[in-house]
Design a protein. Sequence first.
Length: 755
Amino acid sequence: MNPQSIDDSQVVINVDGLTRWFGPLLAVDNVHFQIYRGSIFGLLGPNGSGKSTIIRMLCGVLEPSAGTATVLGFDVRREAEAIKQHIGYMSQRFSLYSDLSVRENLEFYGRIYGLDDRRLAARFQDVVGLTGIGDRLDQLAGHLSGGWKQRLALACALIHEPSVVFLDEPTAGIDPVARRDLWDLLFELAGRGVTLFVTTHYMDEAERCSKVGYISGGKLIVCGKPDELKRLDTVTPPGTRRWEVETPSSTAALSRLRTAEGVLDATLFGQTIHLLATDELNETNLAERLQLPKEATTFRPIEPTLEDVFVTLSRAADDGKLSSTDVRPPTPALPREGLRRAQPSGGGGSDLDAQEQRGHVAQPTPRPTRRSGPFNGLMAILRKETSHVRREPSTLFFLLVVPVIQTIIFGYAINTQIENIPTVVFDLDGRRAARELVESFENTRTFAIIDQVFDEDSFRRSLTSGRARVGIKIPPDFTDRLVQGEQSRVQLLIDGSDSQVATSALNTTSLLGFTRSLRIAQPLAEGLPNVPARDAFGHVAIPIEMRPRLLFNPDLKSEHFFVPGLVGIILQLVTLFLTSFAIVRERELGTLEQLFVTPVGRAGLMLGKLVPYAFIGVVETLIVLTVMVYVFGVPIRGSVALLMALSTLFLVCALGLGLLVSTLAKTQLQAMQFAFLIMLPSVLLSGFVFPRSEMPWPIYAISSILPVTYFVEILRGVVLRGADLIDLLPNVAALAACCVAILLLSISRFQKHLA
């Protein structure tokens, strides 16, 4: 169906039995309604009643559990993508790009909908003129006020000229002037034939809608024109009438009215009282019930407001006395004579002020104040943070499982033992001596012979292509020169692009050449009368024999060196990232501002956030150490209790570092950037990979202020060397000093107010 062909009498949105479940929760329950072209449909209801869920289903981003719905003739299940081409959407919360200007946001959304440059320029001018946002085009969207943000959001929703616009609480959080201006824009859009679907909490906005639906508990209680809904028998039952009562002491009168016989409902409405009473009550006996002389009180019969309608229906629905089949809009009828619609009079505090002036208002008894302290609210914050951790499986996965995966991956991946270097052989000799030399290269396990070539071009190409890292070229006279007692030269070409591979190949080649030469020379030296030296058995030997002995890691296994240090790196990585996001996330969501107006102390707030992560960090340490011992076979030679105690000290330091980052960063993106800024030198400068003793002194000085530098030394000392506290005292003292400095800096920067 072409949406442009729909006339004013046609149904634009048709909802039939729409239902949505979220697990066991029934969010929308068998909803029915129709919306016509060019109308403004208002959907009202309390928070959590299903308004936003209905919009998401009609926009095609949430599939219904049951029922059907069409928008512009497109089915929300089967033609969701087609719907998105013809509708605009304004979310409940401002969700445009705050770091882009007004112009850039509009152009971005225009291009998203496929507008070419000419059409985009035309639509740009149209929506700018409609919303009046032309003098703010170069201003960042994040710097706009609430009202202008809503105008920009509406402009982006209209840039592609939609036929239907969904607005989810578009006026929430903006001032009355901005609300009125926004509604003026909506009326203009409706006049142009655009259909508007609006959710709101404001009764005055509901009065402006062509048709209103009220939803409660997922059920559509009633749907109809505002004037029709006010005449529902459920709202003003037969035999009752509504009154507006104006009296100097409305607050005191309200309490008496609510208990008076014949009064069914009474509530303050500005400076007056609105009440529902039986027909037997008139102005005279109402004044008697108020215990006031009639001339001091004014009574006026009124029609119900939409607030009366929805409050009455909600209470009836909550009491189980009402279903959507009970309320049908009546046939339009002329209003009863003498009735008028009550207008809101503004705030409800002026009558209270008047009573205070006359001395009739009892002052509340002051409560005893609790002494404020820095740790106020600690337990409350602790419980809240613990609940967050318990209810977020992704956080637990990141804390407990990801470090294990990282330890295993990096433990196997980081290996300094260079073996099986791809090697190509160009043997121009081909005799036994040459073949034995090639076998000697392969037996070292440093080299892996992948090919044997027979021409110079293939030999060179194997190296330049990267297929081989080492090339061995044996000359044609190799065997002849050995037999003649002459020196024979073997050419080795080594790819130096990887320094570690090249160094390993070079060292192995030198050692192999020395060993082969010694083996050839030894039989010849046996027959000489004088030799440099002989061993205990009288055999020819080199003059000096070195007998090295390797301590702590005799097999030179790289995992014994890297994995203990890896434990420290991973612990800092996890705790730093999680803690740095803790306060920044709440700042972005606005919940931190709510905490600032409570009695919670600074220390209570910070410790409440850190302690749960500290406990989890201890568990994480145990898990990672278990992986180190049982997966990589790295034994802990020292005291496990000492290791856990010093690990806890490092965890506190790492958590404080994350807290410091959260005081520096304003957004989660900045927090991530700061965290990476800390992690990069922690990996490269802590001695985890490269020895600190070889670093230039400025770099060495920087590495000395990193807490992980000392913890890596502590880990390797306890795990590999069996060091005790006395041996580790300099590193422990340095780590403790870093911890104190970081915590003091974090506490001093964290202020209980908004910047």
